[in-house]
Design a protein around this ligand. Structure first.
Ligand code: ATP
Ligand code: MG
Ligand code: FE
Length: 344
């Protein structure tokens, strides 16, 4: 099926057209630079930017695909999770477009899109596959029984997401928002054994050790305390070493628990998605561990890791192929959409 995907959950206004698992066009506009001086995304500014970019981005995605609206089998849009004002712009635009073009519309889960997008590079994935989702807002292990119909949450972070942890430490080190990529760059130059960063392990939700949950707020606090102690006694902060130690600790925990979950659910494949999957230390760790355990690790190329329209379009195509009903005309946005909801 030919599907137009529209994305506006945060600071990217994006649209893409796919035919099945083939990408025909992919257009991304970002309001990131407008937020950088505030040290984080300002929802009001992001919403306005979506309102300005929506039509130009969608029309360029259609033009680049060489198709007309009439050629589409369906339209898909991220209905959550994300910033409410941002979601409202994308969903309203998509509803208007679907209504005038008389096309079915799917309100989809952005997070599941981060998993679905790997199909553009690696093809369809087997049922009962394990997925690691790592982004600015989420860090979870999912059991994908059927990408169009059934996803279960196996484990999740009890506090900060991996990307959030990197962004917070980056801020402490004086890097501009978003700091994740800066930590990545400096980590390549440092010694990962320089400081002892606690592992983002957890005691689990109910007190006993839970093998598939994460906790990164202690990691952030430990690094912050170490840096502040150095600063207090007037010593230099070895930025590269701090970054390398942090990155190594986070990547080790994520890869370790992901492998454990693959074993537990008997999955020979690990799907990885979300903005943090752009992280070099995590990519290296996952591919090493995957090789060691005989698990095929599927990580998207960098431009498909961060938010884009292709992830929405390809999940939309999965839904059409599976014969899932389109969303009702009055479907809502859901800024905290649960991860086991695939479409509305
Ligand atoms: P969600 O998908 O959970 O709604 P989001 O869309 O805000 O959250 P993404 O855009 O998927 O998140 O990812 C952004 C996050 O990825 C930021 O925290 C950013 O710092 C982090 N990130 C991006 N590239 C890298 C990198 N190379 N190393 C570390 N972190 C990175
Ligand atoms: Mg973003
Ligand atoms: Fe995202």
């Amino acid at each position: 099926p030919v599907v137009l995907g529209i994305e506006s959950t945060c600071d990217e206004t994006a649209a893409a057209v796919v035919r099945g698992k083939t990408l025909l066009s992919n257009v991304v506009a970002s309001s990131m630079e407008e937020h950088a001086r505030y040290g984080g995304v300002i929802p009001e500014i992001a919403s306005r930017a979506h309102a300005e970019a929506f039509v130009p981005v969608v029309s360029k995605a259609m033009k680049d695909s060489g198709l007309r609206l009439d050629d589409l089998d369906a339209i898909a849009v991220s209905a959550g999770p994300g910033l409410a004002g941002c979601l409202a712009v994308g969903v309203s635009g998509a509803k208007a477009l679907a209504w005038t073009a008389k096309k079915p519309l799917y309100g989809i889960n952005h997070v599941i899109g981060h998993i679905a997008v790997t199909q553009l590079q690696f093809g369809a994935f087997p049922n009962d596959t394990l997925a690691l989702i790592v982004s600015g807002g989420h860090t979870s292990l999912l059991h994908v029984r059927d990408i169009a119909r059934h996803v279960d949450v196996v484990g999740t972070t009890l506090d900060d997401a991996a990307g959030e942890c990197f962004d917070k430490v980056a801020r402490l080190l004086g890097f501009p928002y978003p700091g994740g990529p800066h930590i990545d760059r400096h980590a390549k130059l440092g010694n990962a054994g320089a400081l002892k960063v606690p592992m983002g392990l957890t005691q689990g939700r109910s007190g006993q050790e839970h093998p598939y949950d994460f906790s990164f707020s202690g990691v952030k606090t430990a690094v912050a305390r170490w840096v502040e102690n150095r600063q207090a006694c007037g010593a230099d902060v070895p930025v590269d070493d701090v970054c390398a130690s942090l990155a190594d600790s986070v990547a080790t925990v994520l890869a370790g628990k992901a492998m454990k979950a693959c074993k537990r659910f008997d999955s020979g494949t690990l799907i990885v998605g979300g903005g943090f999957s752009a992280n070099s230390q995590l990519r290296a760790k996952l591919s090493n561990e995957g090789e060691k355990h005989g698990i095929q690790v599927r990580i998207p190329e960098l431009k498909l890791c961060t938010d884009n329209g292709a992830m929405v379009a390809v999940l939309g195509a999965n839904l059409v192929e599976a014969g899932v009903d389109p969303s009702p005309e009055d479907f809502p946005i859901n800024s905290s959409m649960p991860m086991d909801v695939i479409s509305l």
